[in-house]
Design a protein around this ligand. Sequence first.
Ligand code: NAD
Length: 259
Amino acid sequence: MKRFENQVVVITGAANGIGKACAQRFAQEGAFVACLDVTDELNLAVAEEVRSLGMGAIAVHCDVTDPENVKASIDTVMEKWGRVDVFVGSAGIYTGAPLAEVTMEQWNRTININLTGVFLTNQAVVPIMMKQRSGSIINISSMAGKTSWVASAAYSSSKSGVIGLTRSVAMELAPFGATANAVCPGNTLTDMVRNVATKVGGMDGMTGEEWLQMRANDCPMKRLAEPWEMAGVVAFLASEDSRFLTGQAIEVDGGLVMS
Ligand SMILES: NC(=O)c1ccc[n+]([C@@H]2O[C@H](COP(=O)([O-])OP(=O)(O)OC[C@H]3O[C@@H](n4cnc5c(N)ncnc54)[C@H](O)[C@@H]3O)[C@@H](O)[C@H]2O)c1
């Protein structure tokens, strides 16, 4: 029997990067997957890939900042499968600028997608998990939620917020036997990081590849992560092996934050 046989997994940001790796992982382990994202074409392709693994999948257009859209998306999942066993909140954006240059538009967009998006989606699935008296929420924060660096005011604030929010959700879910945890990835090779590398590296006179190599050298394990390495930890947090683990924010960063 597969670990997530016939379980229903909802993933935001499923169209790309870490969310996509989670969709693949849960499908490989027997789950039905609801892929929620704003990038429809890529999202449809991920759902198709899940179906090609023999599992049910739906691609739902969901902007995590829109309360009505979030509610309608979870309603769609409930109409189709009638339960939510696992929720993964991976939708997010990276924004970086020195404090003095952060515009209100940039601040609001970062907080809305990275923090309010997690709030709205968690709010939509928590009552379902309470009623089921089971479930796992895994919100993707960042090492930037545990530490900060220059030009990261909005991003770090949003990701620290995800950790605080996750702890509160964990407290509310605990009496119902359901869990909520955050994963704090280090630099992981996704489009998000490649775009940052090109942009930030360019400002420092480096190619994207040189910038990525510099980031890898900062890490005690001297490399960046692959998206599947985040999906493995997410799957553990959704599994029976972690039923007594809740309210934690786990650094999956090759030792970067501890160093
Ligand atoms: N890649 C890294 O190094 C890294 C490190 C730490 C944390 N993270 C976090 O991991 C998560 C996933 O990042 P990734 O690297 O896979 O990025 P990515 O850009 O590859 O994927 C992010 C996905 O989120 C979706 N998205 C963006 N705004 C949305 C919205 N309003 N509603 C719904 N979906 C939306 C995008 O369409 C995209 O498919 C993010 O929360 C990110 O902050 C990533």
